[in-house]
Design a protein around this ligand. Structure first.
Ligand code: R1P
Length: 287
């Protein structure tokens, strides 16, 4: 089962129906917690919680800082579903499998996806603890042919060749900027380009320099695959990176990337992230 590459529309539907049978909530918003940001799921009220291991067809979380629970609940009265733990390519699952939850979100009725991740800051102006709203991405696995939409296309999800120039919803970026200002987050709220690499090894100095030259502001190992699948099936996408460390760009630097630091920074900004997401969710408009 671990080696299974992709799931059919009917199998995705069966998973969504299995979940819907066990909760009265019809979530319009889907949230994904990045490394060390699992606390976001704890802000939901009236919770119904599923362990990934109990959900038909779902992969299991294997990374520290990703609990492996799907949490249904409400945020200021708005029904949401939250992945407390995401899947990454380097865990050994197929790219189709790590993005399966996006299709489940769609079949649950989700209209807006809010993705979070921990990322290394490439932009020299960024500091640890900054929150970067994604306006675009560089998809390195995708450029090399590893895209979650490779394979037969089921039109019930979306078109064969989905547009990506509008991947990150501009109204939602605007809303984040407005809400951020109101909450007094202006000093650490940024907007930039996220680049995804396969991982799990962190980037070399030469790779960081290359990414920076190519226009990336932050680097990580997730999110973009989810964005591609979410856009393919027509959900609106908002994504943010918490800058948990500064990418090492200089051979004289004594800094070393490590996952513990990533998780620590997540805790540092947990409260502000919760406030930003909550305020945005309460102002989302849905059909
Ligand atoms: C590295 O510390 C891990 O943190 C980030 C990277 O992608 C990598 O998995 O995780 P998220 O992107 O899931 O936040």
């Amino acid at each position: 089962e671990r080696a299974r590459i992709r799931y059919t529309y009917e199998e995705c539907k069966a998973t969504a129906d299995w979940l819907l049978k066990q909760t009265d909530l019809c979530p319009l918003v889907g949230i994904v917690c990045g490394s060390g940001m699992g606390g976001l799921a704890d802000m939901l009220k009236d919770r119904v919680v599923f362990n990934y291991k109990d959900i038909p067809n779902f992969p299991q979380s294997t990374v520290h800082g990703h609990a492996g629970r799907l949490v249904f609940g409400t945020l200021k009265g708005r029904a949401c579903v939250c992945m407390q733990g995401r899947f990454h390519l380097y865990e050994g699952y197929s790219i189709q499998k790590i993005t399966l939850p996006m299709r489940i979100f769609k079949l649950l009725g989700v209209q807006t996806v809010m993705l979070t991740n921990a990322a290394g800051g490439l932009n020299q102006d960024y500091k640890v603890g900054d929150i970067m709203v994604l306006k675009d991405h560089l998809n390195f696995p995708g450029l090399a042919g590893n895209n979650p939409l490779v394979g037969p296309n089921d039109e019930r999800f979306g078109v064969r060749f989905p547009c990506m120039s509008d991947a990150y919803d501009r109204e939602l970026q605007q809303l984040a900027a407005e809400v951020g200002q109101e909450l007094g987050f202006g000093d650490f709220l940024r907007e930039g380009v996220y680049s995804v690499l396969g991982g799990p090894s962190f980037e070399t100095i030469a790779e960081c320099r290359m990414l920076s030259i190519l226009g990336a502001d932050a680097v990580g190992m997730s999110t973009v695959h989810e964005v591609v699948v979410a856009r393919h099936c027509g959900m609106r996408v908002f994504a943010l990176s918490l800058i948990t460390n500064r990418a090492v760009m200089d051979y004289d630097s004594a800094e070393r990337a490590n996952h513990e630091e990533v998780l620590e920074t997540g805790k540092l900004r947990a409260e502000q992230l919760e406030r930003l997401i909550t305020a945005m969710v309460t102002r989302l408009e849905h059909n």
